[in-house]
Every structure is written in C-alpha cells, then in structure tokens.
Design a protein around this ligand. Structure first.
Ligand SMILES: [Zn+2]
Ligand SMILES: [Zn+2]
Length: 346
C-alpha cells in the first residue's frame, strides 16, 4: 500500500509500504476511505514532537471500512463503516475509567505518533471496540472526518475547559480549523460576544460566517487595545488559545478579565512566559488538555441533526495519491485559503 511516511524533521515521502496486519486480538484493520492533515502533522514535520520516530506513517484522523477484526473485537465486523478517533482507548485502565483516555496506559494519542497512522491505504487500530465509532447510514462522510479530532479538540480543550457560559465574551486566538471548531461549539452555550483574532484576513472573513461577532487582525500589534475597546476595558471572560506559540498565549494573558478562563488548545514546542506578577490576584483559571475525544458520540449527534455543520471547515479535496500536493496546500494555508483538506483513497 501507499503511505505518507515521516523521514525526520522537514522530510516526508509517499512510499510503498507493507499493509498492516492484526497483532492483538483487540485490533482491527481498517481500509481508509477518507483522511486529512492536521496542524499537528505540521508540528511533527517541524520537529516539535520528538516522540515521532523517522519511518512513522503520519495521520490520526479519518474514516474507513473494516477489513478484518481480531477475535477479541465484538462491536465491529468486516464491511462496517467506521469513524477513527484520534485517541485510542483501551477502556480498562485507570485513565480510561476516569474519562481521560488521552492518557490511556496502552493508548492515548498514538496514531501517527508512536504507531503508524491513517495517511495510508490501511491502518491498524488497537482496541477497536473502544476506539472506533459506527458511521450512521445517512451521514455525510466528509463531515464525519471532522469528528476524528478537530471538533472534539475545539469542544473539549476550548469550549468545555474555557467553561463558556450564556452571555460570556469569548476571544478565540487563532482561526485555523481547531480555532474555528471552538468557535462553532462555543455557540452551544450562547455566548454574547465572540471575538476572533488572527493574522489572516481570509480566515477572519470565514470566522464571521461561522458566528464571530467581531474579528481582529493582530498584524498591527494592537489586538489588546482593540479587545479592551470592545469590552469596556474589562477584558474577556474566556480566552481560547488555538495557535501554540508564546505570543498568542501572552495575548490571552493580556486580554483575560477578572474571573476569566484561559483555555489552551495549541501544541507548544517552546516555553512561554507566565505573568503571575499581574495575574496572581485576578481569579483566573488556566487549563491545558490533550483531547480525550469522550464527547465524540454527542458531537456526532449534533452533526447528524444539522445543529453543527463541520463541512464548512473543508476547503480542498485531493486523492490520497496526491498527499504531497495536499501537504503543500495545507502548509501554505494563508496563500491557498486552506482550512481542512480531505484526502480520498480511490
Ligand atoms: Zn490532529
Ligand atoms: Zn486505557
């Protein structure tokens, strides 16, 4: 089969590799039908994630059809259409039982990280019964791909950790796919004001169509003043960081109001400065989280009902054979006006 293989920082190749086979009784082999590229894959290629070894097949999102299951898999059978969660859950360890499978002792975020991932013709999914979801009959397949990672990530790490409440003023820093997923899901809780901050005017225009009540291009370095002007000098109730660099986490600290929540989503590859000399008395809460993907069944229902329309996040389609071209497009998101790209395995 063909697969996108990581060959060390800055290097990736489309290679012919052996098709995966069952290793444990709880495994399933899934024939990929659609996958996508995540900002995290770009972080891996930058060398930000040392857990990813050269030779690893990248990708932790997608949908497919069950090709084969181990003797210990009871919920899925050959031919079933399945949604692959970016988080593998054994369902039995202490962390899984605590609802925190991101830290599963035998799973967590392993796909396209410590085991081979989904940007390939086939993928081996460990603990298939607790790491896959059946795809409903009438589901839009492209929309389903958004449920592997970005919707649960935006919702759990941004909206839920940010404790968004009715009437809140929320700022989302970073209007990439995950920031926009946070923007969509914060609206479950009826915030009064949704301010989106980014460097890219096109993404800010998209954010407006997704429900942003105000957008700020921070290129001029005046984002703090502008947020303060919009909030009568009080700052925001919730600041969601969806970039993963020191400057954007710093911006969250400058615009957060008393009693507010800073919810970090970004994957950080370097340290940030924490301004406790200003924040110690401000009653704020700072949260971090690796997505647990425990809200996927709920999000799936909201997508099926039409309440959540994640298909808006998809801007480009490629064949899996053109995965390198897809990386070029996604890697030049500003110029290409790219959000999520869908790769179809034809
Ligand atoms: Zn991802
Ligand atoms: Zn576990």
């Amino acid at each position: 089969m063909k697969a996108l293989v990581y060959r060390g920082p800055g290097k990736k190749q489309l290679e012919e590799v052996p098709t995966p086979t069952l290793r444990d009784a709880t495994d399933a082999i899934v024939r990929m039908t659609k996958t996508t590229i995540c900002g995290t894959d770009l972080h891996i290629l930058k060398g930000d994630l040392p857990t990813v070894a050269a030779g690893r097949i990248l990708g932790h999102e997608g949908i497919g059809i069950i090709e084969e299951v181990g003797t210990g898999v009871s919920r899925f059978h050959k031919g079933d259409r399945v949604l692959i969660s970016c988080i593998t859950a054994c369902g039995k360890c202490e962390y899984c039982r605590r609802g925190m499978p991101s830290h599963c002792e035998r799973g967590g975020w392993i796909l396209g990280n410590t085991i081979d991932g989904t940007q390939a013709g086939f993928v081996r999914i460990p603990f298939a019964d607790t790491s896959l979801y059946p795809i409903p009959k009438d589901a839009d397949e492209d929309a389903m791909v958004m449920l592997s990672d970005i919707l649960p990530t935006g919702y759990e790490c941004g909206t839920l950790n940010g404790a968004v409440k009715p009437g809140d003023t929320v700022a989302i820093i970073g209007a990439g796919p995950v920031g926009l997923a946070a923007l969509l899901t914060t609206q479950f809780f009826a915030p009064a004001n949704l301010i989106v901050i980014d460097l890219d005017d096109n993404r800010l225009e998209v954010a407006k169509t997704f429900g942003a009540t105000a957008v700020i291009n921070s290129t001029d370095g005046k984002a703090v003043e502008k947020v303060m002007a919009l909030t009568s000098g009080k700052g925001v109730d919730v600041a969601i960081e969806a970039v993963g660099v020191a400057a954007t986490f710093g911006l969250c600290q400058e615009i957060i109001g008393a009693g507010g929540h800073i919810a970090n989503i970004g994957v950080h590859g370097a340290s940030v400065t924490l301004h406790l000399e200003k924040l110690w008395s401000q009653n704020i809460t700072i949260t971090t989280r690796l997505v647990d993907a425990v809200t996927t069944p709920m999000l799936l229902k909201t997508v099926m009902s039409g309440r959540l329309k994640p298909k808006q996040l998809i801007t480009h389609h490629f064949s899996l054979a053109d995965v390198l071209k897809a990386y070029d497009t996604f890697g030049n998101a500003g110029k290409e006006h790219a959000l999520k790209v869908i790769l179809t395995n034809e």
